[in-house]
Design a protein around this ligand. Structure first.
Ligand code: ADP
Ligand code: MG
Length: 508
């Protein structure tokens, strides 16, 4: 079943149940109220009959007679209101109406006599001076058949009132009055109420149906919106977002959905970036090899055809040597990278003073820095204990300091060393060209160069330096972080943890 119908059914069921329950409660209350009215009225009649029409024998405490005139008048008046009564003596014998009473059998509907039977139980209660009220029931008996006449119009609502003779402190049971009203008017009232209630039920049923449709449609529409959004995401649209008012569970679901789409978009971008890197990787690697090979090939051809002047030959051979070295270095660095990445190299870790090493490095690179009009500023504690492979420590810092020179011009390069509780930290800050966040994401990849023309090979760099440095620091169990802003500068922060805190971080 569609959700909208399920929801409608649920709403509808709830509303109808409430209306039906309330309706029944209402009918019951009004009915009881109607009965109570009738009983009260009947009791009042009984009281006046007792007062005006019954004569007692004060000695025997018996009903001895009636004010016939009063009774007859009263009977006629009451008859018009469909009210009938009987009087019983202490022996449960009907003393009024009787054949002498003047009221004939024809006075009751259907030519019968109103002669309700009082049960022994009720009689006992009457003797205890209790008034008995009886809800509508069939008490009317046909004189001819002595069978209950089971037509609703002949149902009566009765009150049995005990008669007591009071004289000072003596109180004696002398009989009872049974007074009843034929129920027609009561029934008409009841029927009217039921009819109204039925109309109310019908109207509210229709209203409930409409309301439940509106409510159900509202929530189903919100769910459908999520469904359409899900379809779009399944079709690769990661920009979709679902509106949310942060109010209920569906809004929560929408929020979660939006969060999910955002992280999917992130993964999608990451996958695309990696795919692009993979594609670029082969081209970059080929390019790095081809450049020196082309140079060597050109010189060799020149030598073969003897087109290189004698005085240039020495220089040409020198060039070939340097290009061959470059190739060898490239191959070695590649092998190194793989070995480091797979944990195949053994790190020969020792404790040494990093302060000395940094001073040496700055000294070595000062000339190179001067060529780019850069200069170093080293801040380090007098002693900087470092736990690392000495050569690899030098290699990593050399790479990063050399990059700082390579990518900045005429500015200061700050090298700051410090200690944390369990590690030595070195930060290299330059004020050069910096990088965009997208470039930062790729710098740990082999052959990656932010410069797409790959022309900045001033120092024979091949885009392997940071990839290797990154792997080396990870093998030391340390970390290497980069903060960079385009045209402002870059800061690399390298952490070498102390002995016992240097569990290597393995890359996949
Ligand atoms: N200090 C720096 N400032 C700006 N860009 C840098 C810096 N260090 C590295 N990069 C970027 O990261 C890339 C990779 O660096 P690296 O692995 O050392 O390769 P290479 O030095 O051969 O270019 C560089 O080409 C450059 O785009
Ligand atoms: Mg480099």
């Amino acid at each position: 079943m569609k959700l909208i119908y399920q929801q409608m059914l649920a709403f509808f069921a709830v509303i109808i149940t409430v209306i039906v329950v309330l309706g029944f409660a209402f009918i019951r209350t009004t009915r009881t109220m109607l009965y109570q009215n009738s009983w009260q009225q009947l009791q009042q009649y009984a009281a006046s009959i007792e007062k005006e029409a019954i004569r007692y024998n004060t000695k025997t405490n018996q009903v001895v007679g009636f004010n016939q005139q009063f009774l007859n008048d009263g009977t006629v008046i009451l008859r018009d209101q469909h009210i009938h009564f009987s009087v019983y003596d202490a022996n449960k014998k009907v003393v009024y109406p009787n054949s002498l009473g003047g009221v004939t059998a024809e006075s009751t509907p259907g030519g019968s006599i109103y002669d309700p039977k009082i049960s022994a139980k009720d009689w006992k209660k009457l003797k205890q001076n209790k008034i008995i009220t009886q809800a509508p029931h069939v008490t009317f008996r046909s004189r001819n058949h002595d069978q209950p006449v089971n037509t609703p119009s002949l149902r009566t609502i009765d009150v049995l009132v005990p008669l007591f003779y009071k004289n000072g402190s003596t109180k004696k049971f002398i009989g009872a009055i049974s007074i009843g009203s034929f129920e027609q008017t009561l029934q008409a009232n009841e029927q009217q109420i039921e009819k109204n209630l039925f109309i109310a039920l019908l109207v509210s049923g229709i209203a409930a149906l409409l309301l439940s449709y509106v409510l159900a449609r509202y929530s189903v529409r919100r769910i459908n919106r999520l469904r359409y959004a899900t379809h779009s995401v399944a079709n690769g649209d990661f920009d979709i977002q679902v509106d949310s008012n942060h109010k209920d569970e569906i809004d929560d679901l929408a929020d979660d959905f939006n969060g999910m789409v955002n992280s999917l978009r992130g993964s999608d971008e990451e996958i695309k970036r990696q795919e692009k890197r993979r594609r670029d990787f082969m081209a970059d690697a080929a390019h790095e090899m081809r450049t020196p090979l082309t140079t060597i090939n050109g010189i060799l051809e020149g030598l073969a055809y003897d087109v290189i002047p004698e005085e240039d030959k020495a220089h040409s051979i020198e060039l070939m040597q340097s290009e061959t070295k470059r190739l060898i270095r490239l191959v070695n660095e590649n092998l190194d990278y793989e070995k480091i990445r797979t944990g195949q190299i053994a790190l020969n870790k020792t404790n040494f003073d990093g302060n000395d090493v940094l001073h040496n490095l700055v000294e070595q690179l000062t000339k190179k820095a001067a060529a780019a009009e850069d200069h170093f500023e080293l801040t380090a504690p007098a002693e900087l204990p470092v736990w690392a492979d000495y050569d690899r420590f030098v290699q990593v810092l050399f790479n990063i300091m050399q990059n700082a020179i390579q990518f900045s011009q005429g500015s200061v390069i700050e090298v700051t060393a410090s200690r944390t509780e369990h590690a030595a930290v070195v930060a290299v800050q330059d004020h050069g060209i910096g990088m965009t966040p997208d470039q930062v994401k790729n710098i740990w990849e082999r052959y990656y160069k932010a410069d797409p023309s790959r022309k900045s090979t001033k120092y024979g760099e091949s885009g392997l330096g940071l990839a290797i440095s990154h792997q080396l620091v990870q093998q030391h169990g340390g970390s290497i972080q980069v903060d960079s802003a385009e045209n402002e500068g870059t800061c690399f922060t390298i952490t070498f943890p102390d002995e016992g805190f240097d569990k290597p971080i393995m890359d996949d």
